[in-house]
Design a protein around this ligand. Structure first.
Ligand code: B3K
Ligand code: ZN
Length: 882
């Protein structure tokens, strides 16, 4: 059904309606002749009815904005009475009874494709993006993940325009077309795959090559294609790829399977990267790095995304999803795998803390607002809107909980079983979980609720100690708030890793425990309420619960400030030491925010200031960990904790007060730190060096908040790498220092023409928490370097403003919302996916104080009322307004 102008509503797709296709497509031979305005595609597919398909059942294929030029079966052209074609579908009324060959000709215009789905132009190259439903923009096909075919792809183009012609699999033939300026290449991918994993690239690139010898001794060619002149920026990506390949062999026994693995970096891309079989296409920001253009965070992201896409070769490609509801089967699992990889390559606690910060700042708000959905959704209007923090990050947490519950060995046995049993399948979450049930002998039916119930569960915990009986009791209650479509919830299986920390900081032993299953150091919560009784506990402990953040839940446990300070100093679980600092800061921040709203001056507890200053200079602790501990909860984190009637200006002021109090109280410590961490060594992106830079920049941030701004400009000028230069620029601009304009001009002229760095220049300005920012952002949309068609550039300004600037997006006059809504509407006509993503910045609007809430609601309605809205944006607007 088409969207109607009044409501922009369509019927949803439902999990319960899943049916296999009546026909299977075994092979597809594509012949693609590249041309910007007039690319022709001939698709010859070998098709056969599935068992049980009645003879004459129509064959209905998907299409999108296609022009059909020919259609033939077994070599005979069909007459117009035999089929119906629209730009959305091709129906063959009565296909032959047995197997047959369908040949379909289509015409497309890559240069006009601004949605960046299907075949499009980037720079002067051609590339594709097919997940989730882009293949239907290339030819008519069963564009769904449960139809697996063997692809052979012939590409033809003018040699000068596209010296490289790439597709999935192995290259089997290439050559010139005699008497023309054209050439061709033929690729064959022996692994049956769904259409979303198809890729094709044609263009002129610089190539970086290497090889990898697999565990069984096969040599694999590795190639990374980048824009000419960027060859010096691909080394870290290549190194990350080789480390990923090795790690997957060691950690999961997974070996690469083709003769070649290629990565192409492009500058126009809707998302981060895409795991097409043997031919990953990447947003160039996750490939290109050198010290003076990329930050430590960029390097870490490159390592993580390269690994993620590579790991998809087994979790996503060899075993794919039956339908898009199962998206977390590949995404959650692959995020888990890339997180584990980065933990092994870097510091495990530091990685865990970063991941949990991301989860809490992105997924928790999603789960608490109108866009909440289960890790495995049951309906969707537009699948591209479900590539969310819930599917990815919470999806990963669910896999992590399986490992926590079953233990490392049994978890690995379950994974081995999954790979062995489902290789070559389009599988479901049930298939996946069954492997762990079987490997462990555990009934995981309650565990399945993690995939089905949305919302963040809460654990409410109370404690008691009976000194004479040496008995310690934890009363644990679980609940989960209502979410869209799910007013009530069932109790879930929640693994709570714990320790009972004794007075000397070591975990206390206990003789017996009752009231819940306790496996090693994990309490397995399954009931609405447990009274967990520990016998033989020699002293009153401080409970350290949810160590390593063993479940994606909120923990409500009344701990005194003394107890939190004690955990911060003594807990043997690094994650909970960090959490203790967060808890202390959050409590102080909520109080400070309240004071600001009441018109009072926030008073900050000197003990807290002292604790932060002590952490800063504690040389026994890893610098990266100290930097994370010193980072106060973000404004959005505080908003989430406050939950309703949120006033972002008060939060900012409260946070600023705490930051300044810590800065002033710890000034000597920060000065010492800043000076002692100065390094004369050449930049290296390794985790230890990055940790030292992070700590030093954190010290600089505090010094600047204590009014010592001279160091900041000095830092900007003398920086020999992007991490330090950008940190300083962020402070100069964010604090509105007098040198801000000069620094911005300098930065621009240093990096003019370097797209990824100019993105940072836009973002620094868009995220400055200053009253003048909206006007500046508006002016920047007129800057010659701004672009509506390049997603990175658009996001660097408009999306960064909406998602990275709490006070200015949420201006009390509603002007921030209006600006963003205008851009959603403008961009929707160009690139609906990126527009829909931008609109989801409104997802927490209901938690705002009434005035802002009314403005935000009005803008959401204005968006929804626009006739002809894309399905992408209409879906987000409809669900946001709920
Ligand atoms: N699978 C792709 C994401 C595709 C998004 C489509 N809207 C990248 C990834 O998660 O690895
Ligand atoms: Zn992925």
């Amino acid at each position: 059904m088409e969207a109607s102008a009044q409501t922009n509503r369509t019927d949803p797709v439902r999990l319960k309606d899943y049916r296999p296709t009546p026909y299977a497509i075994r092979t597809i031979d594509l012949d693609v002749r590249l041309d910007p305005e007039n690319t022709t595609v001939t698709a010859r597919s070998r098709i056969e009815p599935r068992e049980g398909t009645a003879p004459g059942t129509p064959l209905v294929l998907d299409g999108d904005e296609l022009i059909l030029t020919s259609v033939a079966i077994d070599g005979r052209a069909l007459g117009t009475a035999d089929y119906e074609a629209t730009d959305k579908r091709l129906e063959i009324f009565a296909p032959p009874a047995g197997a047959f060959t369908l040949e379909v000709g289509t015409r497309i215009a890559p240069a006009k494709n601004t949605k960046l789905m299907g075949l499009y132009r980037t720079a002067s190259n051609y590339c594709t993006q097919c997940e989730a439903e882009g293949f239907r923009r290339i030819t008519y096909f069963y564009d769904r993940p449960d139809v697996l075919a063997v692809y052979t792809t012939r590409i033809e183009a003018r040699k000068a325009e596209a010296p490289y012609l790439l597709s999935n699999g192995n290259l089997i033939e290439r050559g010139d077309i005699a008497g023309t300026d054209r050439h061709f290449a033929v690729w064959h991918d022996p692994f049956p795959k769904p259409a979303y994993l198809f890729a094709l690239v044609g263009g002129d690139f610089a190539r970086i090559s290497d090889t990898f010898r697999t565990m069984s001794g096969r040599d694999v060619t590795l190639e990374i294609y980048v824009e000419h002149g960027r060859e010096d920026r691909g080394a870290y990506a290549m190194d990350s790829l080789k480390r990923s390949m090795k790690w997957d062999e060691e950690a999961f026994g997974r070996e690469y399977d083709l003769d070649i693995f290629m990565i192409v970096a492009v500058s126009d891309f809707n998302m981060g990267a895409m795991e097409n079989k043997g031919l990953n296409v990447f947003n160039d920001k996750y490939v290109l790095a050198k010290p003076d253009t990329a930050t430590d965070q960029d390097y870490a992201n490159i390592e993580g995304v390269i690994a993620h896409e590579y790991f998809h070769n087994w979790t996503g490609n060899r075993i794919t999803c039956r339908d898009w509801f199962q998206l977390c089967l590949k995404e959650g699992l692959t995020v888990f795998r890339d997180q584990e990889f980065s933990s092994d390559q870097r510091s495990r606690p530091v990685k865990r803390i970063s991941d949990v910060r991301l989860l809490k700042s992105h997924q928790f708000p999603e789960d608490a607002g109108p866009l909440a959905h289960p890790v495995r959704p049951e309906t969707y209007h537009e699948i591209n809107n479900f590539y969310t923090a819930t599917v990815y990050e919470k999806g990963s947490e669910v896999v992590r909980m399986l490992k926590t519950l079953l233990g490392a060995e049994t978890f690995r046995a379950g994974m081995d079983l999954y790979f062995a049993r489902h290789d070559g399948d389009a599988a479901t979450i049930e298939d996946f979980v069954a492997c762990f049930a079987e490997a462990s002998g555990r009934d995981l039916s309650q565990f399945m609720l993690w995939y089905k119930q949305s919302g963040t569960p809460e654990l409410r915990v109370a404690q008691g100690y009976d000194a004479s009986a040496k008995r310690y009791t934890l009363t644990i209650e679980q609940s989960c708030p209502p979410t869209p479509g799910q007013p009530t919830k069932l109790p879930m299986t929640i693994p709570v890793r714990f320790g009972l920390v004794g007075p000397n900081g070591a975990d206390l032993a206990f003789e017996a425990v009752s009231g819940a299953e306790v496996a090693g150091d994990v309490i397995v919560v399954t009931e609405p309420k447990h009274e967990v009784v520990f016998e033989g506990v020699s002293a009153p402990p401080v409970p350290s619960l949810l160590r390593g953040f063993s479940a994606p839940v909120r923990l409500a446990l009344e701990l005194s400030a003394e107890a939190s300070l004690f955990l911060l100093a003594s807990d043997n679980d690094p994650f909970n030491r960090w959490q203790a600092a967060q808890t202390l800061a959050t409590t102080a921040l909520i109080e400070a925010t309240r004071a600001v709203r009441a018109g009072a001056v926030p008073s900050i507890d000197p003990k807290l200031v002292d604790a932060f200053a002590r952490v800063a200079v504690d040389d026994k602790v890893d610098p990266a960990f100290r930097a994370l501990t010193l980072a106060l909860p973000a404004e959005a984190d505080i908003a989430r904790e406050i939950g309703s009637d949120v006033d972002p200006d008060a939060i900012f002021a409260g946070r600023d007060a705490l930051k300044k109090a810590i800065a002033t109280g710890g000034r000597t410590a920060f000065r010492h730190l800043y000076e002692s961490l100065a390094s004369a060594e050449a930049y290296s992106p390794d985790a230890a060096s990055a940790g030292r830079r992070a700590l030093r920049n954190s010290a600089l941030d505090y010094l600047a908040h204590a009014g010592e701004t001279d160091s900041v400009m000095e830092r900007y000028r003398t920086a020999d790498n992007m991490t330090d230069r950008l940190a300083a620029l962020g402070l100069v601009v964010g604090l509105g220092l007098p040198e801000a304009e000069a620094a911005l001009i300098d930065f621009y002229s240093r990096f003019d023409g370097d797209g990824l760095v100019i993105d940072k220049w836009f973002t620094v300005q868009a995220t400055a928490p200053l009253a003048a920012t909206l006007d500046r952002v508006r002016a920047l949309t007129e800057h010659p370097a701004f672009s509506l068609t390049n997603p990175n550039r658009f996001r660097s300004l408009v999306t960064a403003f909406a998602t990275g600037n709490q006070t200015q997006f949420n201006r009390p006059d509603g002007a921030g919302y209006a600006f963003v809504a205008d851009h959603v509407l403008t961009l929707d006509e160009i690139n609906p996916q990126v527009a829909a993503r931008l609109l989801s910045a409104f997802r927490s609007w209901r938690a705002l104080e009434p005035r802002r809430r009314a403005y935000a609601e009005a803008e959401l309605k204005r968006v929804l009322d626009k006739p002809g809205l894309s399905r992408d944006v209409a879906d987000i607007a409809n669900r946001s307004l709920g």
